[in-house]
Structure formats: C-alpha cells, structure tokens
Design a binder for this molecule. Structure first.
Ligand code: MN3
Length: 230
C-alpha cells in the first residue's frame, strides 16, 4: 500500500498564490483519489511493488496498463509538486544558479520561458524544469506523463497545470497563476538537490516506499537498464 504523504507545510502556507481551500481539495481529494485508486488496482492484481517508480516505469509503455500508469504517475507527480514548492520565497543558489544563468540568461528569462510553456500548454498536464545531463530544459507533459520512465532526465521543479490546481484562486487565468507561482513558490533548495542528483551526487527525490513493498517476483522487477536514474 502506498500512503498519501502529508503536505510539507501548512495548508495556508502558500497563500495568496495557492489558497488553503485549493490545497485542501487538491491534496485531500484529488491526490488522495489517485493514491487510493492506485492501491485498489494493485490489490486487485495481487501486486506489491517495491516502489512507485517501478510501477510507473513498467506501466508507461503498456496500453493495457493505462489506468495503472495514470494513477501511479499522478500520485508521484503531486507528491513531487508539494516538495517542489516552499513558502519561504527562495532564489536559486550555488551551482544551479550559475547553470540557470548560463542556460536561460537570467531569472526573468527563465520565468518568461516557464510561464509561456505552461500558459500555452493545451489542456491538462504539467510544466517542468528538468536536467538532461548538464542541460537545463523547460518541458510540458500531458495529463499524467512525467519523467520517471525516461532515464537520463531528472526533474528539478514542476507546476501543476490541471485546472483544479488554480481555478478557485485564479479562475481561468493560468498565466497569472504561473507568474505568481514562479515569483513566490519554487523550492530552489529542493531543485538544487535534484540538480546534484542528476550528476550523481546523492539520490533524487523518490516517493515514500509502500508499507508492504518488495513482494514482487523477479519478473516484475525492473532490470538495471530500465531503472530510473533518480
Ligand atoms: Mn493536480
């Protein structure tokens, strides 16, 4: 059984960009439903995987496992999203700050690119800042898609583009939500840890291990080659 991780801050900590009301719905209803559905699907299949990353990686390219993938990836994406935000109003520091300047010119240009990618993304999904080797990129993904199954790509930050993440606070103005989000909420300390992990220093963020994991047979285990890099 995978658990629903608690938010790493109070429900009202991200106001006014994200209200307490939105976080209650988003975490306690939306995220919980993904985790509950994931556990139900695994239980019905008699599976007890060792990690959520393993479930996502092995279901990503299997059309018959679409429902499992969608709920597993959404469980992962939301937990990553909570960690990628901070109420502290941080700025990029250290080596990551230098790499961002080299890649985007300055923080304003990075913000403009991030907001543009998110605002122009059609429909539901996510906008990510990712590291691919030493390269830094902004990429949006549709619905539940993420970078867990893609070896060599490490996410540093993500912002949820589904309407449930901003509609109560910003109505249809996704661009205003993204601008306020980028100005106030990125957890740059977390992003720096992910950046270091992308280059072999420490391990990147992983979803909390399941309470009954590790019972999967060898045929269910991923071989090293397909194991996510983080
Ligand atoms: Mn969401």
């Amino acid at each position: 059984m995978f658990s629903l991780p608690d938010l790493p801050y109070a429900y009202d900590a991200l106001q006014p960009t994200i209200s307490s009301r939105t976080l209650h719905f988003h975490h306690d209803k939306h995220h919980k439903t993904y985790v509950d559905t994931l556990n139900k699907l695994l239980d019905e299949a008699g599976e007890a995987p060792a990690s959520l990353e393993e479930v996502i990686a092995r279901s990503a390219d299997d059309p018959k496992a679409r429902k499992l993938f969608n709920n597993a990836a959404q469980a992962w994406n939301h937990a990553f999203f909570w960690n990628a935000m901070s109420p502290e109003g941080q700025s990029p520091q250290g080596e990551l700050s230098g790499a961002l300047t080299k890649a985007f010119g300055n923080l304003d240009a990075l913000k403009a690119a991030f907001v543009k990618a998110g605002a122009e993304h059609f429909g539901s999904g996510w906008v990510w800042l990712v590291a691919e080797g030493r390269a830094l990129k902004i990429i949006s993904t549709h619905d539940a898609d993420d970078f867990v199954p893609k070896s060599g790509v490490t996410p540093l930050l993500v912002c949820d583009l589904w309407e449930h993440s901003y509609y109560l606070d910003h109505q249809n103005d996704r661009k205003a939500y993204l601008e306020a989000w980028f100005d106030n909420l990125p957890n740059w300390a977390f992003a720096a840890q992910q950046w270091a992990a992308a280059h072999g220093e420490g391990r990147g963020w992983r979803y909390p291990a399941p309470s009954n994991g590790g019972n999967a047979g060898p045929d269910k285990a991923l071989d090293e080659e397909r194991r996510p890099a983080f």
